[in-house]
Every structure is written in structure tokens, then in C-alpha cells.
Design a protein around this ligand. Structure first.
Ligand code: SF4
Length: 444
């Protein structure tokens, strides 16, 4: 009997390349690798990954798509090509999970939430001709995730993606992680993570967790077990991840993180002043105060780890002065690299609900306009600025942060702060990448 073909598609934003502009900031489509791993053995599977190559038609029996909000229009466009030929399409991922009613208009079936518990049912229903419109998946207590089929990923990825936890209880106003992955941290068994890590071919690893050490005693203990396991098994990778500012609280844990290969950590700083942190509902940063950031970075540096600080521009309380003040604060706060974004209301966030209720979305021709919701352009009607003025003001601030002079100075400081050539090298690449993403990555 001829094997059926499952085609999995990772679409790219057709308006702007964003993170695609640099190879090092492209992320492997982990969810598609996991879907491939849990598909019954009788299926032939192929991934089309627009991070590297534009979509070209490929014969398939069933098509699976994933998408962020900004890539959803492209996913729908590709789905339409298959649906016209009578080929069934299934969509999952964060956008379809947040607005399933919209996605159901453009694909045959939607998986809302985590696909692992329901994928076998999707395949079995497809095979029996009874595919449902919506598959809802509850949050599993522990993440029972198989190793993704890495053999199907494009070989051009510099950094391997790997997930060790899901969820975040912080519920920041602009972030959809708590809605998508749940408000409770859920862990993968440490040995599963270590087994997978041993098989990853890349030297560089991005632990895609939203918060690698979490907030609770249990989550920190679990991070300690992970770092110790990497050291004990002699796994020689350099890794980066994301955390909140409490990453700096435990020096013993920082030491272990470095020894296990951590060279860079992304911290969501968002803003330096109380007004904007309140808007962000960034409770931890608010409770500690922005005057502690420098101390946090210093502690992390002491252990040879560099810091990427994330800043957001375009809060309601922002004015031309506060935007420039944030840029100056960023340059002087002691961080090594920056991720700068324009405040963007994504479906599933408190921010989105608020902005919709106040009728302040600038672009509403959905789904096409979702491609503008990618953190590079104002999408909210601002109380003070016109969208052009807001963009100009933010551009000026970001050019200040990423000025060529700052990069030279910063590299020297990073080397001095971390005493680590590998951390300095990774951070200087990162600095250029983020600079390019904002300054060159706005137009395709
Ligand atoms: S921004 Fe970070 S801390 Fe806040 S909810 Fe999202 S993942 Fe959690």
C-alpha cells in the first residue's frame, strides 16, 4: 500500500523578514518536529520551512501548518492552495489557538493548545474521513514530549532549539505565553532533556523556555538538576535562554549555569520607569525597582554570562522624552545586547483585549493585517503620537542604542565584565543581529 504523505509547513511573514534576516536568529520549527515524531510510522513526512526556502507546491495527502500571528496570513494563503485541490489542512500553533474561529475559516481543522495529546486522534479521524473542525487540548501536568524529528529540519540552522519547561505565571499584559502555555510551570523530565541534548548536532543551543529557572523553589531545583545533569554527562554545548531578573538571585545556580554552557541570557526588562512597568503588569521588575537592574547584570556577568535586555517602546504613558530616556537608560544599564520592540497587541493578551475594547487598533483588515503585528511597527493608536511620529521617535531611540560606536564600546565592556571570549563573541553577533533586524529587516 502506498504510504500517505503528511506535509508540514512553517510559513514566513511576506511583509517583513524580521528574525529571518539573520541565520543565527532563525528558530527551528520545533512544534513541527514534534508532530512528525508522533505521527504513526506508516506516513511519509516532509517539512517545508520558509525560514530558508519559499513555499513550492509539493504533493500531499494531509497538510499541517503552524503560525505565529504575523505569519498566519501566509499560512492561510498556502492552505488555500491545498484546499482548492481538495487536500485537507490542519492548523495549530499560537495564533490558531488564540483565534480558532478565524483559523477555521481558512483551514479544515484547528488544533487549539498543545498538539501532543490530540494528534493521534487527528490522524485517525483523517484516515476514517471524519476530521473534526476543532481539536481542543488541555494542558498536560507534565510535558510528555517526544524528541522532535531533527532529521527533517533544514541543516542551515546554527542554533538548535530545545524545550525544557512550558508556561509562566507572570501574565504580563503584552505577552500571550500564559494564555498559550498556561500559568503553571510544567517540566519535561530532566533525563529526557539530557538524552535529547546529547543527540543535537549543533554546538549552540537555544532553550526556548519562557523562563528557564522560573520563580518557585521547585522550578529552581529543577533548573539545578538540569545544569548538573549537563555537567555530569559531559555535554559540551554553549546555550542561551530566557529568564526573569531573579536569574541573578542564586549565585550557586549561576555558577552551575555557566559550567553547563550558559553564555547568554535574555531578560525581559521592558522599561525603566514605574508607569510603563505598571502598564506591562511586570510585577517582579516593579517590586524590585529599575535601580536594581545594574546590580542584577553585574551578578550575572561575574559568572561569565552576558545579558540581552529586552526593551519595549510605545506604551500609552510614553512621550518623546520617555522614549529617548529609555534608549539612554538601555545604553548605560550595563546590559551587553538588546532586543528592542514596538508594543504590539497580540490576540490572547490582556493588552489586545484592552486595545480592542477602546477601538484603538490601527490595522483591522484581518487576517491580512496580522503580518503587521510583528513588533516592528506601531499597531496601536497612541494617546500622544500619530503612528508616524511614534515610529520616528522609536527609530531615533533604537538608532541610538545600536550606534556603531556603542557596539565597539559594548564588546570591550562585555569582555571586561564576563572575562569570557565565548560570551563576548556570541553577544557581539547578537548585537549585530538585533541591529539588522530593526534597521534593515523592515522591508522584504
Ligand atoms: S513576558 Fe516573560 S515573564 Fe511576562 S508573562 Fe511573558 S514569559 Fe512570563
Amino acid at each position: 500500500m502506498k504510504r500517505k504523505t503528511l506535509l508540514l509547513i512553517n510559513p514566513a511573514n511576506q511583509l517583513r523578514p524580521g528574525f529571518h534576516i539573520n541565520r543565527a536568529t532563525r528558530n527551528q520549527p520545533l512544534s513541527l518536529g514534534i508532530i512528525a515524531a508522533i505521527t504513526p510510522p506508516g506516513w511519509k513526512i516532509k517539512i517545508i520551512d520558509e525560514n530558508f526556502r519559499d513555499f513550492k507546491f509539493y504533493e500531499a495527502d494531509l497538510v499541517g501548518l503552524t503560525a505565529f500571528t504575523s505569519t498566519a496570513p501566509r499560512a492561510y494563503e498556502i492552505a488555500a492552495i491545498y484546499r482548492e485541490k481538495g487536500i485537507k489542512t490542519v492548523m495549530g500553533g499560537i495564533h490558531a489557538s488564540m483565534v480558532p474561529e478565524e483559523s477555521m475559516q481558512f483551514v479544515d481543522a484547528v488544533v487549539q493548545g498543545e498538539a501532543e495529546p490530540v494528534w493521534a486522534q487527528v490522524i485517525s479521524d483523517f484516515e476514517s474521513g471524519t476530521l473534526k473542525r476543532l481539536y481542543k487540548s488541555p494542558f498536560a501536568k507534565e510535558i510528555n514530549q517526544p524528541k522532535p524529528r531533527r532529521d527533517l529540519f533544514h541543516p542551515g540552522y546554527i542554533c538548535a532549539g530545545l524545550q525544557t519547561t512550558r508556561g509562566c505565571p507572570m501574565n504580563c499584559s503584552f505577552c500571550s505565553v500564559s494564555a498559550f502555555n498556561g500559568q503553571h510551570y510544567r517540566f519535561r523530565p530532566v533525563d529526557d532533556v539530557l538524552d535529547e541534548l546529547e543527540e543535537v548536532p549543533q554546538k549552540f543551543v537555544f532553550f526556548v523556555d519562557d523562563n528557564i529557572i522560573g520563580q518557585s523553589r521547585e522550578s529552581k531545583e529543577r533548573a539545578r538538576q538540569l545544569f548538573e545533569g549537563i555537567i555530569r554527562r559531559g555535554i559540551k554545548k554553549l546555550w542561551i535562554s530566557q529568564s526573569s531578573i531573579n536569574f541573578a538571585d542564586d549565585e550557586a545556580l549561576l555558577k552551575l549555569a555557566y559550567r553547563s554552557g550558559c553564555r547568554m541570557i535574555f531578560l525581559g526588562i521592558e522599561a525603566e520607569s514605574e508607569d510603563q512597568l505598571k502598564e506591562a503588569n511586570k510585577k517582579l521588575n516593579l517590586s524590585r525597582g529599575s535601580n536594581t537592574y545594574r546590580q542584577v547584570f553585574r551578578k550575572i556577568h561575574k559568572h561569565g554570562i552576558g545579558v540581552i535586555a529586552g526593551f519595549i517602546f510605545g506604551w500609552d504613558s510614553d512621550t518623546p522624552d520617555t522614549i529617548m530616556q529609555r534608549a539612554r537608560f538601555a545604553v548605560n544599564c550595563g546590559a551587553d545586547s538588546f532586543q528592542t520592540s514596538v508594543l504590539t497587541p497580540l490576540p490572547g493578551t490582556q493588552l489586545f483585549e484592552k486595545i480592542v475594547s477602546e477601538n484603538r487598533l490601527i490595522y483591522t483588515n484581518f487576517p491580512n493585517d496580522w503580518q503587521r503585528y510583528d513588533y516592528f511597527e506601531p499597531t496601536i493608536k497612541h494617546p500622544v503620537f500619530s503612528s508616524e511620529n511614534l515610529y520616528d521617535s522609536i527609530s531615533k531611540a533604537i538608532r541610538h542604542i545600536f550606534s556603531p560606536w556603542n557596539i565597539i564600546l559594548r564588546n570591550m565592556k562585555t569582555l571586561w565584565n564576563t572575562r569570557s571570549f565565548s560570551a563576548t563573541w556570541i553577544l557581539s553577533l547578537n548585537y549585530w543581529h538585533y541591529r539588522n533586524i530593526f534597521l534593515k529587516g523592515r522591508k522584504r
